[in-house]
Design a protein around this ligand. Structure first.
Ligand code: ZN
Ligand code: ZN
Length: 367
C-alpha cells in the first residue's frame, strides 16, 4: 500500500459550521498501535446531532465517524484479536469505537455496564483533531493501543458490514434486551438504520409479526425487504395506528415494542402499542431530544409494563453482528448504506441524512 506522507480527512470545525476537508500529516505509530487505510465510514444519526452541537463535551474541531471498516496499512504489534489470531498488514478489520473503559470503576466492575464507564472514549465523538486521526471520515485512522480490533470474516464484504454499521450493533443490543420469543409480535418505531436492523433482527429472532412505524414511504418499503410484515406511515394519526396494531394482535397490542426513532412523541406512542405486561426497549434517544409526555398510570403502571433503556454497544455486539452478517447474506443490510459520499460531499450527506432522503450515507474517503 502506498505510504503517502499526508492524509485527507473531513472535519466539523465547530457546531453548525460546514464540514471541511483538511490535510493531516501521516502519524508515526507508538507501540501497540496500528494505522488503518479507511475503506468506509458512515454518517450516523449521532453525526447529525454532533454537527448541530447537541452532544456535550465534544472537543471541536473533530473528525467524525465512529463505526468504520479499513485495511491495516501499518502495524506496531504484535496485536491479536479476541481469539488470539494475529493481525497483519493488509487485514480487513473493524474495531470497537468505544475504548479506554477502565475495567475498575463501579459501572465496569460491579454493574457490568461498560457503556456507562466515565473514562470511556469514543472515536469520532469524544476526540478532537488535536488528539490525532481518531475518526473514520478520513483516509487513514489511527488505532490507539488497547483499541479492540476485530477481523472481518473472510468473504464478508466491507460494504455489507458498514451498511449495517452502527445501527446494526446498536439494534443487536436492543434486541438482546427485548428478549423476543418465537412467534411473538414486535413493533419497531423509526425506520432509520437502527430501526431497519431491529426489524431484521426481530424477524431473525422468530417474531411472527414485525410492524414498522416510520417515514418516509421509501424507508417503509425498504423495511419490508428487511422483514417487516406490516408498515404504518406517520401520515396516519397515532390513535389510528394504535387501533390498527391492536387489530393485528387480537386486540392486545404487541408483545415487544422497540423505539428507534429518536422522537419524544414516539416514546409515548410506543407505550400505547405494547400489550399489558409487554416489554419496551428505548434505543432511539442516544442524544437528548427533550422530554416526552406520558401518563404513568394509564401507559405503564396499569399495564404492568417492563421498560428498558439501551445506550450504545459493546464488543460482544460487534462480534455477533459480524457473524449475523456472514450467515445471513440474503438480508439486505448492505443496501441500508444507500449512497457513497466523498469527503468533500459530506455536507450534502449530513443534509440527506437529516432529511431522511436515504436510509444511510456511506463515507468513501477515496472517491
Ligand atoms: Zn470504568
Ligand atoms: Zn452511530
Amino acid at each position: 500500500m502506498p505510504a503517502a506522507s499526508s492524509v485527507l480527512a473531513a472535519t466539523i470545525p465547530a457546531p453548525n459550521e460546514p464540514v471541511r476537508v483538511v490535510e493531516f500529516a501521516r502519524p508515526a505509530l507508538e507501540p501497540g498501535a496500528a494505522l488503518l487505510h479507511v475503506l468506509f465510514s458512515e454518517v450516523c444519526g449521532t453525526d447529525v446531532h454532533l454537527h448541530h452541537g447537541k452532544l456535550s463535551g465534544v472537543p471541536y474541531p473533530l473528525i467524525p465517524g465512529h463505526v468504520s471498516v479499513g485495511q491495516i496499512s501499518e502495524l506496531r504489534g504484535p496485536l491479536a484479536d479476541v481469539e488470539g489470531t494475529r493481525f497483519r498488514e493488509g487485514d480487513v478489520v473493524t474495531f470497537l469505537d468505544v475504548h479506554e473503559t477502565c475495567g475498575a470503576c463501579y459501572h465496569c466492575l460491579v454493574t457490568k455496564q461498560t457503556t456507562r464507564c466515565p473514562h470511556r472514549k469514543v472515536y469520532g465523538i469524544t476526540y478532537g483533531t488535536k488528539d490525532g486521526l481518531l475518526g473514520g471520515w478520513s483516509q487513514a485512522l489511527y488505532v490507539r493501543p488497547g483499541v479492540k480490533l476485530i477481523h472481518l470474516p473472510k468473504g464478508l464484504d466491507p460494504e455489507a458490514f458498514i451498511g449495517g454499521g452502527c445501527g446494526l450493533v446498536t439494534s443487536l443490543h436492543a434486541i438482546d434486551l427485548a428478549e423476543i420469543r418465537l412467534g411473538q409480535s414486535v413493533a419497531v418505531l423509526g425506520a432509520g438504520p437502527v430501526g431497519q436492523s431491529a426489524i431484521a433482527l426481530s424477524a431473525l429472532s422468530g417474531a411472527s409479526e414485525v410492524i414498522a412505524v416510520g417515514d418516509p414511504a421509501s424507508r417503509l418499503e425498504f423495511a419490508r425487504r428487511m422483514g417487516a410484515t406490516t408498515t404504518f406511515g406517520l401520515d396516519m394519526p397515532a390513535a389510528d395506528r394504535t387501533d390498527a396494531v391492536r387489530r393485528l394482535t387480537g386486540g392486545y397490542g404487541v408483545d415487544v415494542v422497540i423505539e428507534a426513532s429518536g422522537s419524544p412523541d414516539a416514546v409515548s406512542q410506543a407505550l400505547d402499542l405494547v400489550r399489558d405486561g409487554g416489554r419496551y426497549v428505548i434505543a432511539g434517544h442516544y442524544t437528548d431530544a427533550g422530554p416526552s409526555t406520558i401518563n404513568a398510570h394509564q401507559q405503564i403502571n396499569r399495564k404492568h409494563l417492563e421498560i428498558r433503556g439501551c445506550w450504545g454497544s459493546e464488543a460482544r455486539h460487534f462480534l455477533r453482528a459480524l457473524s449475523i452478517l456472514e450467515r445471513h447474506p440474503s438480508i439486505p443490510f448492505r443496501k441500508i448504506g444507500a449512497r457513497r459520499y466523498a469527503l468533500h460531499e459530506l455536507n450534502a450527506a449530513l443534509a440527506d441524512a437529516e432529511a431522511m432522503r436515504i436510509p444511510k450515507a456511506l463515507v468513501d474517503p477515496w472517491q
